[in-house]
Design a protein around this ligand. Structure first.
Ligand SMILES: Cc1cc2nc3c(=O)[nH]c(=O)nc-3n(C[C@H](O)[C@H](O)[C@H](O)COP(=O)(O)OP(=O)(O)OC[C@H]3O[C@@H](n4cnc5c(N)ncnc54)[C@H](O)[C@@H]3O)c2cc1C
Length: 461
């Protein structure tokens, strides 16, 4: 007697329209994530797209009983190949669980299903008179559950924190199908372990997030933006200190761009705000509550920085249109792969005060081993987050990665600031985590997923 396939097992329990065969051409998008496609000739054994948490729980229970690997999928925009299914395993998409369930104005919270796109969440908050502050380029496709499972960051971390700081409660389905409902709405709740933190940043390896209680914030009523040139990283740090102190807690972005970034941006944008040739560029953004008073305070801070020689040249936006144009400089990175050519790309963290020395050291290490080495550096440096594109010419991408991650290890940084580990960074996890930390991670994994079915091959397992 032949054993039923995982598709047959799931389909017979869940009924029509929930589970599809891995070879179903209409569901082929589940064979890719943003980085990779499954190896040629391979497919998942089944693609499951439940509509309810009960259906999702049944799928997990059956996969657990049958020892079937399950890969959770949100909007498939992750940048570390974390949602690519196992050949023969189950791709489990949250795309049909996308309802905004409740907005509670008194608690300033929203309850939402995990498959809702980030932009849907932002718009729902906006319509209710609130701000949901997480924002990133993939907002139209990335799901809020994917954001939580990767602990996403983005442009406003300095002001509002990462996704971990924006979640109060959660519903999760464990590997064996158990539904754990913990839809806490309270800012203060120290009743034992705060379990939600286990599932944030664990990239679908410990449980499947099905609902979230999100924190909402007052909508900013003002935005002040400036683009400036500074002579050194020390001056950039000086400016950061002043902006933090003088802007009454409104500073929401402090983006630093190195000259190679600005040179490349000249090929993407016709009217750059400042002339080239400066050692470093900084974009500052402040979100406040009153445009008139905030603009006066912002302008005053910038004028003092110019008078004191901390800033050597600056443009301050006088309208929303000018602010958008300034942000266009930072956001033109989308054009860089085309303009720069093949490159290894990095999302790393280095303690903020050490960043300039790290950049110089890392450039020297790359130049010593890679002919015609070229790099582009930029980052949310106040969050300690650096992005790097490194051309590897006729050397290999792996060599560039080895050099950079080795440097990150020696400078006590992190190999992943905001994108996670997935499969791409897994070989380097031990560069940023001690053997003891890795052992605790393995203990948690074994306790919550004893059969190792949740997103195998990703992060730690
Ligand atoms: C243009 C662009 C810009 C980006 N900018 C940023 C940025 O500024 N900051 C940043 O942090 N990231 C950024 N990213 C990366 C990406 O958008 C984030 O990692 C995002 O949080 C992934 O969400 P997703 O729904 O697409 O998840 P997916 O890619 O589908 O999955 C990501 C991981 O989460 C797991 N997963 C998904 N849903 C669940 C769930 N419900 N429960 C448990 N596990 C789940 C998957 O198994 C996988 O391991 C960017 C990506 C792109 C393409």
């Amino acid at each position: 007697m032949t054993m039923p396939s995982i598709y047959e097992t799931l389909n017979s329990q869940l009924g029509p329209g929930i589970v599809y065969e891995g070879s179903d051409a209409s569901k082929a998008r589940h064979l890719h994530d943003f980085m990779y496609t499954m190896p040629a000739g391979t497919t998942p054994g089944a693609i499951a797209i439940p509509k309810t948490v009960e259906q999702l729980s049944t799928i997990m229970r059956l996969c657990h009983e049958n020892g079937q690997p399950v890969t959770p999928q949100g909007g498939l925009t992750g940048l570390v190949a974390g949602s690519l299914p196992d050949p023969g395993g189950v791709a489990l998409s949250l795309e049909r669980m996308r309802a905004v369930i409740e907005i509670d104005p008194a608690a300033a919270t929203m309850i939402v299903e995990a498959g809702a796109p980030l932009e849907t969440v932002q718009n729902a908050a906006d319509e209710a008179g609130f701000l949901f502050p997480l924002d990133l380029g993939a907002r139209g496709s990335a799901s809020i559950g994917g954001n939580a499972s990767t602990n996403a960051g983005g442009n406003r971390v300095l002001r509002y924190g990462m996704m971990r700081d924006l979640v109060l409660g959660m519903e999760v389905v464990l590997a064996n199908g158990t539904i754990v409902t913990s839809l806490n709405k309270m800012l203060k709740n120290n009743a034992g372990y705060d379990l939600k933190h286990l599932f944030m940043g664990s990239e679908g390896t410990l449980g499947i997030i099905t609902k979230l209680v999100l924190r909402l914030f007052p909508k900013p009523q003002s935005a002040c933006t400036a683009f400036c040139a500074v002579n050194s990283y020390a001056d950039a740090m000086n400016l950061l200190g002043r902006a933090r102190k003088d802007l009454a807690g409104t500073l929401s972005a402090f983006e630093v761009m190195w000259p190679s970034f600005y040179e490349l941006a000249q090929n993407a944008i016709t009217n750059l705000p400042l002339a080239g040739g400066h050692p470093l560029y900084v974009l500052l953004d402040a979100l406040g509550s009153d445009q008139d008073t905030d603009q006066v305070r912002f302008q005053g801070m910038m004028e003092r920085a110019l008078e004191d020689g901390i800033v050597v040249d600056a443009v301050i936006a006088q309208s929303g249109k000018e602010s958008t144009a300034i942000w266009g400089v930072r956001d033109c990175v989308g054009e860089f792969p085309r303009l720069f050519g093949p490159a290894a790309t990095f999302d790393i963290s280095i303690p903020t005060g050490k960043i300039a020395e790290f950049v110089a050291d890392c450039d020297a290490r790359l130049a010593a081993k890679i002919k015609k080495s070229r790099t582009v550096w930029f980052g949310h440096v106040a969050d300690s987050n650096l992005h790097l594109m490194a051309a590897y010419d006729d050397a290999s991408k792996e060599l560039a990665e080895q050099i950079v991650y080795e440097a990150v290890r020696e400078w006590d940084g992190s190999i992943s600031a905001e994108h996670g580990i997935g499969t791409l960074k897994k070989p380097y996890l031990s560069y940023s985590r001690s053997p003891e930390e890795l052992e605790v991670m393995r203990t948690l994994k074994a306790a919550l997923d004893p059969r190792g079915i949740l997103n195998p091959g990703k992060v730690i397992n």
